[in-house]
Design a binder for this molecule. Structure first.
Ligand SMILES: [Zn+2]
Length: 114
């Protein structure tokens, strides 16, 4: 069963970090953005009483984003620190910083068009 999105399949061919070390999981900026976005939605909706906050789901999505960002150590560190801070004391991630770093990493020819 193929569970990879198309960018993941491409990324799997170059599954090494910037130092040339093999990574445990192919990095994919689209999936990083997807998981960071899912975690953001969980935080954003949690104020509403009908949306019970799912702490484990938020942690899981942040971890998935971290895991799929191994090719970009700065982004991975930001996501990892965000997850650890949230787990430790409930501090929400700096979503703007995450979004900005993804935008910086994404090659100009792969930027999403409006
Ligand atoms: Zn992907």
């Amino acid at each position: 069963m193929n569970r990879h999105c198309p960018p993941c399949q491409t990324a799997a061919l170059a599954a090494k970090d910037p130092l040339g070390r093999p990574v445990m999981r192919a990095s994919c900026l689209e999936c990083v953005e997807k998981h960071a976005g899912a975690a953001y939605v969980l935080f954003a909706e949690s104020w509403h009483e009908k949306h019970k906050f799912h702490r484990l789901r938020a942690i899981g999505h942040l971890h998935e984003a971290e895991d799929e960002s191994q090719a970009w150590p700065e982004l991975r560190e930001l996501l990892r620190d965000s997850r650890i801070r949230f787990q430790a004391d409930g501090q929400p991630p700096d979503w703007a910083a995450i979004e900005e770093m993804i935008a910086i990493i994404r090659p100009p020819d792969q930027r999403l068009r409006p």
